[in-house]
Design a protein. Structure first.
Length: 266
């Protein structure tokens, strides 16, 4: 992959990260099918690109993050206050995400060269679309958080390691299903992604590694992803609450699954 392709992919990642359409699944398909990039490294690079949008999220949610850090010095496990509730939610969701995500990611590397990998992305996108289509919401906010919600949301975030399963889509959908209002669900979804994405990047960079790209290329990719994400986050978070992205997810998923079905029939 040349530098211009890498920059294009990074910019696209920064734009679609905030939409519930699985940025990872779509980025992997773009890298492997359009740019003919090794699919195993495409999986790893898709996680690295999330580091750029993680920085964007940190800047956008800087007040919430600052409050969590301040709260740590007097923190007591539980949900006694709103700030305490958010901190407890982040801790439990991060632990459960890390356990589930590590197991699934290791399994994905084993099948990354298999045609089933693309099929899995398609099925994941269709599932994401169906989940988004069926969700409803109510009026709950951070005061209604508890251990079960935190752990369950974290586990679902771990499953979003599977390309095609939208991390924001599946976590937001679950919170909406539990009757949290849309703004709270979206806010919690993006804040809880920050430590999870950071840990995932540490694992990929220091344990797995990406052989095809140099360090400077990774820095460039993260930088463009960050700038693109920072420019688009505010607008797209608002758009994500209004547009029916479930149609897009099912459509793209169908494009990936239908050729496999036709091949079986023939």
């Amino acid at each position: 992959m040349d530098l211009s392709q890498l920059i294009i992919i990074s910019i696209i990642q920064g734009i679609i990260e905030w939409l519930p359409i699985s940025s990872q699944g779509n980025i992997i398909i773009l890298m492997s099918e359009v740019f003919d990039y090794n699919i195993e490294n495409a999986l790893k690079l898709s996680i690295i690109l999330h580091l750029g949008t993680l920085i964007s999220a940190c800047i956008y949610f800087r007040n919430e993050i600052f409050q969590i850090i301040v709260n740590l010095k007097d923190y007591k496990f539980g949900y006694s206050t709103e700030s305490n509730s958010l901190t407890t939610f982040i801790i439990l969701s991060t632990i459960s995400s890390s356990i589930v995500g590590l197991v699934i990611f290791s399994s994905l590397l084993d099948i990354s060269g298999n045609f089933l990998f693309t099929l899995m992305i398609g099925i994941g996108l269709i599932i994401t679309g169906i989940i988004q289509k069926t969700i409803k919401s109510d009026l709950k906010n951070e005061r209604n958080l508890d251990n079960k919600v935190a752990i369950a949301t974290g586990i679902l975030q771990g499953f979003a390691v599977i390309p095609g399963i939208s991390r924001s889509g599946i976590t937001t959908s679950y919170l909406l299903f539990r009757r949290f209002n849309p703004s709270t669900a979206l806010r919690l979804s993006f804040i809880m992604s920050i430590p999870a994405v950071f840990l995932a990047n540490l694992f990929v960079i220091f344990v797995e590694g990406i052989q095809d790209l140099q360090f400077i290329e990774l820095i460039i990719a993260v930088a463009f992803s960050c700038v693109s994400g920072l420019i688009s986050i505010s607008s797209f978070i608002k758009i994500a609450q209004k547009i029916r992205f479930w149609i897009f997810s099912i459509f793209v998923g169908g494009l990936l699954v239908i050729p496999y079905i036709l091949n079986l029939i023939s």
